[in-house]
Design a protein around this ligand. Structure first.
Ligand code: CA
Length: 227
């Protein structure tokens, strides 16, 4: 059975594009045009994933995230206008899994959907050993190897890497990362992240200036690409 996706979007042109894209991949889908209907269908139909527009006619799309998260961890991918960093951060902090900025490409949209579905099915994270590029991380032994050679990480470097590994492919906001690694009293210390991400890149990436795995989402946060 192909996954079932709920589209919450009021723009008929974008809905048409989404229908065509999802049909071509034989996903099943339902549509809602308002936030209220989106919340109702999320509760009644229990989709595998929600594609959510933030600018809806009746209520803010953020309200849909808030309401759905009261009872479910189903993946939510936000469709946001380019440049609206504040909205994206708010959506992610409320528990959205990811976003694609309009106008988006078919390839980008499908990649985000696949990654979110993979994370929610848990298959990406079952093993005790995680590999990406030339890096191998043994989560039980807390051992990090690059090209088979052990690399020393400081406790905070390891903690930061661990948080990113827990959510492969997902963009994590600066606030989420700061909270997980340094705690709630350090939410305004974005410079910690810049420093520690740079250190991790130097230790793990083959070209730290052009990172393939530890990626910056400008103005939002960071994302670990594992495949
Ligand atoms: Ca809209």
């Amino acid at each position: 059975m192909k996954p079932f996706i709920l589209i919450v979007e009021d723009d008929p042109q974008i809905r048409r594009f989404l229908r065509a894209t999802l049909t071509a991949e034989s996903y099943q889908y339902h549509e809602a045009v308002t936030a209220e209907d989106g919340i109702a269908q999320a509760n009644s139909r229990r989709p595998d994933l929600i594609l959510l527009d933030l600018g809806l006619p009746d209520r803010d799309g953020l309200e849909v995230i808030r309401r759905v998260r009261e009872s479910s961890q189903m993946p939510i991918v936000v469709l946001s206008a380019r440049g609206q960093e504040k909205d994206k951060i708010a959506a992610l902090d409320l528990g959205a899994d990811d976003y694609v900025a309009k106008p988006f490409s078919v390839g980008e949209l499908l990649a985000r959907i696949r990654a979110a579905l993979r994370r929610s099915s848990g298959s990406a994270q079952d093993g005790a050993v995680v590999c990406f590029g030339r890096v191998e991380i043994d989560l039980e032994k807390r051992l990090v190897k690059v090209n088979g050679e052990e690399v020393h990480l400081t406790p905070n470097e390891y903690k930061l890497l661990q948080v990113l590994i827990k959510h492969p492919g997902k963009v994590l906001t600066q606030q989420q990362l700061l909270n997980e690694v340094w705690g709630p009293n350090h939410l305004d210390q974005a410079q910690y992240l810049r420093v520690y991400i740079a250190q991790l890149r130097r230790k793990l990436e083959s070209d730290p200036a052009r990172p393939k795995h530890l990626q910056t989402e400008p103005g939002i946060g960071y994302r670990l690409i594992v495949d």
